[in-house]
Design a protein around this ligand. Structure first.
Ligand SMILES: [Fe+2]
Length: 488
């Protein structure tokens, strides 16, 4: 279960605990300048306040203006429309409420070149004095439409880039090179293979059953399929040109714990799991190489694995970072292997399993089905409903994503030999380190349980029934729910 709908709280929560938690960034002056409609005279006071919040580090943005050049497809000859929105959020001004909801939405510009903005109703009332109704007193759906536009771009970005590209395809490069270059008895083969189990199979299956002409991705996602291929390919290549360990990514978002000292469930849980993975990999490397980088230099299999990743694997970041002969590359190898294991286990879990909420189509649409209004004027319910997917397409989305979010195979840290009576790791020291890894993960699980219990209590105190409050727990990085590998 998950929270549903597009209330302002849910809309804000999806940024910090939704399917796409690497999109929200600390707003910079450059990003703020992309909200072009803010230049209008009527927004002078609002613009000044946003500039103040930005300077104070209390303004956040989700920027999808990059989608402005993407041409929507028309699967089944039903025209689709793709927004290129940018949304701004501010730190919740109510300090007590921050314990359950740290940020709150301010505005959405639905397209990169929209003539006007859609303001959150309270913000609109404060700065423009307008009530949340149209001239004839009918409810105004413009804010719900604007949030829906942001969700479309976020959902497309999530499936194409965050999920498919940055986990499934990135892991494939490492898995393929490992299968080619590391023999079965090599210690890195032994460590990595459980984290690649099923990845090549699911990627091959997905390319035939999901991501092809007239298949679900083509039908559901607004971009035309050839252009989506191009975009994903370019994004994966760009992603592999920089370190994508979670601390590096969160630093690029400007959302590390020191930059955003508030609850960010994805970040808070991801960093704990990341630290546990790093400790485990460092221990395993110590056992395998005894801190002697010359042993690594003489390890022809790992050298071949790295060489293939740098060339065929297109890991440009690694090509730059790997030192020449004589350099101690052991810390880098430890960091790289930790990043690969995190990507294949925790990161994929964090972006795959929220697809359960994605199955609720009005909150997570992948395309719009009528022209996107950009004039900032009040809108009717009919205009909102016309934007949503036809029933057949909505049903397809529901079926596909319920399936993809329902398969949990294997559990992080639980290494087992196919013949269950044999130990997976031959070395006693490695088995001890693996047991410590599982103990660390169990402790993280208890921390997450405690955080979630406090979160539920905070929502109950705010007036929600306990059953409803329980839906706000963040469970996707609970170690019990993180598979070892990308296998769905
Ligand atoms: Fe997946």
């Amino acid at each position: 279960m998950s929270i549903e709908g597009l209330s302002d709280d849910a809309f804000a929560w999806y940024r910090l605990a939704g399917p796409n938690p690497n999109a929200i960034c600390k707003c910079t002056p450059e990003v703020l300048s992309k909200v072009g409609a803010l230049g209008q005279a009527k927004y002078t006071a609002l613009r000044a306040e946003l500039e103040r919040l930005q300077a104070a580090g209390e303004l956040f943005a989700v920027d999808y203006t990059v989608l402005s050049g993407v041409i929507p497809g028309d699967p089944k000859e039903i025209p689709q429309f793709l927004p290129s929105p940018i949304a701004l959020f501010r730190l919740n001004a109510d300090a007590a409420a921050r314990a359950r909801m740290p940020i709150t939405p301010v505005l959405v510009q639905v397209k990169a070149d929209a003539q006007d903005l859609v303001l959150q109703p309270d913000v609109k009332k404060q700065y423009l004095g307008d009530a949340f109704t149209s001239a004839d007193g009918a409810p105004d759906f413009s804010w719900l439409i604007a949030k829906t536009c942001l969700q479309v771009a976020d959902s497309v970005y999530h499936q194409g880039f965050t999920h498919l590209g940055r986990t499934h395809l990135v892991a494939e490069a490492f898995a393929t090179a490992a299968h080619r270059q590391l023999s079965e008895r090599h210690p890195l083969h032994r460590l990595l293979m459980p984290h690649f189990q099923g990845t090549l199979l699911i990627n091959s299956l997905a390319s035939r059953t999901l991501i092809d002409e007239n298949k679900p991705v083509d039908i559901l996602l607004a971009p035309n399929l050839p252009q989506l291929y191009e975009l994903v390919t370019a994004d994966v290549s760009a992603w592999k040109s920089r370190d994508w360990s979670p601390d590096a990514v969160l630093a690029r978002q400007g959302m590390t714990a020191s930059e955003f000292p508030h609850m960010f469930p994805y970040r808070d849980d991801a960093m704990k799991v990341w630290e546990a993975i790093k400790t485990w990999v460092a221990a395993y490397m110590h056992i395998s190489y005894r801190d002697d980088h010359v042993l690594l230099e003489r390890d022809v299999e790992v050298q071949a694995w790295i060489a293939e990743l740098k060339t065929t694997g297109d890991v440009k970041w690694l090509a730059e970072a790997w030192g020449p002969k004589g350099h101690n590359n052991l810390p880098l190898l430890t960091h790289l292997v930790s990043t690969v294991i995190f990507t294949a286990s925790a990161q994929h879990g964090a972006v795959n399993f929220p697809q359960l909420s994605v199955a609720y189509t009005p909150a997570f649409p992948y395309a719009l089905y009528s022209e996107i209004p950009t004039d900032g004027e009040p809108k009717t319910e009919t205009q909102y409903l016309d934007l949503l997917a036809p029933m057949e397409i909505a049903k397809l989305q529901r079926v596909v994503f319920l399936l993809l979010s329902s398969v949990y195979h294997t559990r992080l840290g639980h290494y087992s030999h196919p013949l269950s009576f044999r130990r997976y790791f031959e070395s006693r020291a490695a088995r001890r380190a693996a047991a410590q890894f599982r103990a660390d993960l169990a402790r993280i699980g208890r921390d997450i349980d405690a955080r979630n219990a406090a979160l539920v209590d905070a929502w109950v105190e705010a007036g929600k029934p306990r059953k409803e409050a329980a839906l706000w727990r963040y469970l996707h990085l609970h170690p019990d729910k993180i598979p070892q590998s990308i296998n769905i």
